[in-house]
Ligand binder design. Structure first.
Ligand code: LFR
Length: 469
């Protein structure tokens, strides 16, 4: 088996990247060739993603990647979940809404009138999140939904623009709330009054979506016959592929804007305990199940820092975190409170939470940072304990992957609070998972997820944080 070059497009809530990987039996390297900002725009009817700017950034990045790595054998796309574009005859009917837009609440009320959450959970296994796609469909203008002939989740939209083929990749489709047992749940879709015809054919990670359209290939300077391969197009599914864990004793935290905290299990866990703890059963690569809970991730900290910067205070994040680490204690608040979901003034919301709960609010910037990290570490630890209880997995190690693996204070405080070692890294787990699934489909590596994870462990040794008393 040889070593191959592959390209990953990874779209996150704050930036998009194009990454080139070299993958083989003993090789797993990834280098970023392009990074572009993802700036949501508040316009007219709500908060939107500027998806054309993201596609433009991805195409520019691919062009650059192909110039330096003409042997690229395949392209894979991943992005955040739940959001989608509506199209008619290939034309996009408006910019996709952002899952933090407030319209979701309307949809929740409409859906739950017809089917309350416990009934939905029994079918789709999803935790309640107000932005799950089914609530967003319910919040759509019915006239727009009637006009549309196709709905595409964000990575599927990018793949469609690249190849001309409209599909729904299963790991991401599982976050719509409209899948049952890995297939579209026609009864539910009809029962909620959604047009079944807008939901495209399902594909699985490893399937070929299609070849680049000739005009796209020409614009990229690519040879003919460059395929786009379905990966775990839900970024979290790709990240979980690259967690260097032994699943029977490990919990993972994929920590970026969100902290996705859970374990991997062979089949959905639909028990009353899982329902009560608001855990989700999202589809993973190779039919595995990601039993996890969405914890507010680095969002609260980044939004806080963005607010200070908007007010004219430059923030040096490493220095802020060092100052935060030097503080003895800081107030712990419920970072899961829905008030922290929408963009806005986070310090004011923390103050309000503390006032309501009769505790002293943080005073300095370092105290706010420490308070946020401490609250996050507590929420992570609680979610790990719940995942272990619900699944029966005896957790001996917590893996933190994604950008959060760089936050030493967060890793250490999670280890301390959980009384378990934290293994941090790889930071680039999502891109690595994307590349690995492509590499396996192209024949550069083979084997189960365990074999892929073993390659990650051999090439990207995690950093260990031992719990302190
Ligand atoms: C992480 C993520 C989460 C999903 C949230 C919204 O980037 O994909 O898994 O719940 O974004 O789509």
């Amino acid at each position: 088996m040889s070593v191959g070059d592959l390209a990953a497009i990874d779209l996150g809530a704050t930036s998009g990247r194009v990454i080139v990987g070299r993958v083989g039996a003993d090789v797993l390297e990834a280098s970023q060739v392009a990074r572009f900002v993802n700036t949501p725009v508040h316009a007219g009817d709500g908060l939107h993603w500027d998806v054309l700017a993201l596609y433009g950034g991805a195409v520019d990045g691919l062009r650059k990647a192909l110039r330096t790595h003409p042997e690229i054998a395949s392209i894979g796309v991943d992005a955040w979940a739940v959001d989608y574009a509506l199209l008619r005859e290939g034309r996009m009917l408006g910019n996709p809404f952002h899952y933090r837009d407030e319209r979701c609440e309307r949809g929740v009320a409409k859906v739950h009138e017809r089917m309350p959450h416990p009934e939905l959970f029994a079918r789709n296994g999803l935790q309640f999140l107000p932005f799950n796609t089914l609530y967003q469909f319910a919040a759509e203008d019915p006239a727009v939904l009637r006009v549309a002939d196709t709905a595409l989740l964000i990575p599927d939209l990018v793949a469609y623009w690249l190849t001309g083929r409209a599909v729904a990749e299963r790991t991401n489709a599982s976050t719509t709330g409209l899948l049952r047992g890995g297939e579209w749940d026609d009864e539910l879709i009809g029962g909620l009054g959604f047009p079944r015809g807008i939901l495209p054919e399902l594909v699985s990670p490893g399937d070929r979506i299609g070849m680049l359209r000739p005009d796209v290939a020409a614009a990229l300077g690519a040879g003919s016959g460059l395929p786009v391969t379905a990966v775990g197009t839900h970024d979290t599914a790709s990240a979980v592929v690259a967690v260097p864990m032994q699943a029977e004793h490990a919990a993972y935290i994929s920590c970026g804007t969100w902290g996705l905290v859970g374990v991997e299990v062979p089949s959905p866990v639909l028990t009353p305990d899982a329902l009560a703890a608001n855990f989700t059963n999202e589809g993973g690569v190779d039919g595995r199940i990601r039993l996890l809970h969405n914890v507010m991730g680095l969002w609260v900290l980044s939004e806080t820092v963005r607010g200070w910067e908007r007010d004219g205070h430059a923030v040096d994040l490493p220095a802020l975190l060092a100052a935060a680490a030097a503080i003895d204690t800081a107030p712990v608040f419920d970072i899961e409170d829905p008030r922290f979901l929408p963009p806005g003034d986070m310090p004011a919301r923390i103050d309000a939470w503390c006032a309501e709960h009769d505790i002293a609010a943080p005073q300095t910037r370092a105290e706010y940072a420490r308070s946020i990290v401490e609250s996050l570490a507590l929420a992570f630890t609680d979610a790990v304990a719940a995942a272990s209880r619900i699944s029966g997995v005896e957790v001996r190690t917590i893996h933190i992957v994604g950008g959060g693996a760089l936050n030493e204070l967060l890793c250490q405080r999670t280890a301390d609070r959980a009384g378990l070692p934290v293994l941090a890294g790889p930071v680039e787990a999502t891109a690595l998972g994307n590349l690995l699934v492509q590499a396996r489909a192209a024949g550069f590596v083979s084997g189960s997820l365990e074999a892929l994870r073993d390659l990650v462990a051999r090439t990207h040794a995690p950093r260990r944080f031992a719990p302190r008393s």
